[in-house]
Design a protein around this ligand. Sequence first.
Ligand code: TYD
Length: 134
Amino acid sequence: MALAEIIELPKIVDPRGNLTVVTEGIEVPFNFSRAYWIYDVPGGESRGGHAHKVCQEFIVALSGSFTLRLEDGHGNVESFHLNHPYQGLIIKNHIWRTLEDFSSGSVALVLASDVFDEEDYIRDHEEFIKIVNP
Ligand code: TYD
């Protein structure tokens, strides 16, 4: 089974400039409590390197591109290259994610199902493997 799925968002093409929209409950099955974005990533850097206990996230490459490397802790690893502002990826809880290979000037938008809570993070990979293989 795929670890995540690329979601195609509506693209309203317009000679004045295109527009894309995402609505909770339509393209994304959870409510958004929080939005944050990652930008000014130096060449060669990676972000993420954790999983969440409960929080789900929807990630869009608003500008530029990057690769999301996902791992389920059962030996399955999958990479998704995001490079269109009208596509996103839903990352469920208990999925270890790394964001890497950011192109210059790229911006990653993240819509999260829950407010920020450090207690919801699993930042230790060994602990992650134990949690998903009880
Ligand atoms: P983190 O989620 O580890 O970043 P990423 O997964 O994108 O690499 O967060 C980095 C730091 O920012 C960490 O100290 C927590 C803080 N932070 C907040 O305070 N609020 C937030 O909503 C987020 C996402 C992070």
